[in-house]
Design a protein around this ligand. Structure first.
Ligand code: FAD
Length: 306
């Protein structure tokens, strides 16, 4: 496939981003599944302000872009990404006695563990979730009966036409693993967020975290993956449906539907994104044939899938 790199205005990108621009930059290392091709252009953002000015510069250049946080909820195509990738490395975190404010590239699990050490409860559920705060805020990440919507107080947003704004959880239009952002791709960026926490004995928080982590170790496979591939349909679980369709353990190249949890698709080392995609198609079809349920992807397909 011919690269569209030539169609990106590289001179303008070099002028706008200088040493923060990487050309033909491999993306696999920025993803939890450790696979996928290169970005024609990748821009590093090391602070919320840099993230904001970079996003604004790309909108001004009328160049569509993708924000990449921890890369733990995306499947990057082997053919790579023709859009600009804005890599969010803004990770400042500031606690007070009622919560935490953090830049959106900060790790959610890191924030959760720091909160525990400070005797601030409310985030024990998040300790085992990889990825950035921005990814959690846009995808309403959640586990163990709680989610981001339950703790988000305010989010600092940059909107493509309305500029910098502060949004409440209500304005985020949260649902199960979804938000306003999922319905309006490319229209706004989460710069930072404030989470509401409450003082609690550290030992109590750590004990909750340990039992959540023990449950995770028992029910979810280790290794390179994207977490849950499909959303759970109402009243059921995607893993149960894929298992019932007989696909647990199915392998394609070096990609495999986990023998432990059928909603986890693993890169067993050297897998290609197209192998994972083939498993996605097989799982969808088999579940539809077996149960009549149309599984919806939780993971986002990024890049060139032609
Ligand atoms: C082993 C494993 C376990 C997991 N367990 C869970 C779990 O228990 N619960 C759960 O909910 N998820 C889970 N996940 C999925 C994933 O960790 C979460 O969805 C996480 O919140 C994604 O964050 P990220 O920074 O990696 O997002 P990315 O994968 O980088 O991006 C995902 C999407 O969010 C957008 N985005 C990211 N940051 C921003 C921003 N600042 N502004 C605007 N858009 C942005 C991206 O453009 C993309 O569309 C798991 C994943 C793995 C690999």
């Amino acid at each position: 496939m011919q690269s569209m790199a030539a169609t990106l205005p590289l001179t303008a990108l070099r002028t706008a981003f200088g040493e923060r621009l990487r050309e033909q930059h491999p993306l696999a290392r920025y993803t939890s599944a450790r696979l996928g091709g290169a970005a024609d252009a990748l821009v590093l953002a090391r602070s919320a302000d840099e993230l904001a000015t970079s996003a604004q510069a790309l909108w001004d250049l009328e160049l569509p872009f993708i924000v990449l946080g921890g890369g733990s909820n995306v499947l990057v195509s082997d053919a790579g990404v023709r859009q600009v990738v804005l890599l969010n490395q803004a990770n400042q975190v500031v606690f007070d006695d009622q919560g935490v404010w953090a830049e959106s590239g900060a790790g959610l699990g890191v924030i959760a563990r720091q909160a525990a050490a400070k005797g601030l409860g409310g985030l024990a559920w998040a300790a085992g979730i990889p990825g950035s705060l921005g990814g959690a805020v846009t995808g309403n990440a959640g586990a163990h009966g709680s989610d981001t919507a339950a703790v988000l107080e305010l989010a600092d947003i940059l909107h493509c036409t309305q500029g910098r704004q502060t949004w409440t959880a209500e304005q985020m239009a949260y649902g199960y693993r979804t938000s306003w952002f999922k319905a309006h791709p490319g229209q706004a960026v989460v710069l930072a967020a404030r989470l509401r926490l409450n003082p609690m004995p550290e030992a109590e928080i750590r004990s909750a975290m340990e039992s959540f982590n023990a449950y995770r170790r028992l029910t979810q496979p280790p290794g390179a993956s994207m977490g849950s591939m499909f959303k759970n349909p109402p009243g059921d679980s995607a893993g149960r449906l894929i298992e019932a369709a007989g696909l647990k353990g199915l392998q394609q190249g070096q990609a495999q539907i986990s023998p432990l949890h059928a909603n986890f698709f693993l890169n067993r080392g050297g897998a290609r994104a197209e192998d994972v995609y083939a498993l996605i198609q097989q799982a969808r079809q088999a579940v539809k044939d077996q149960s009549g349920v149309e599984l919806q992807l939780e993971v986002e397909l990024i890049g060139d899938w032609e």
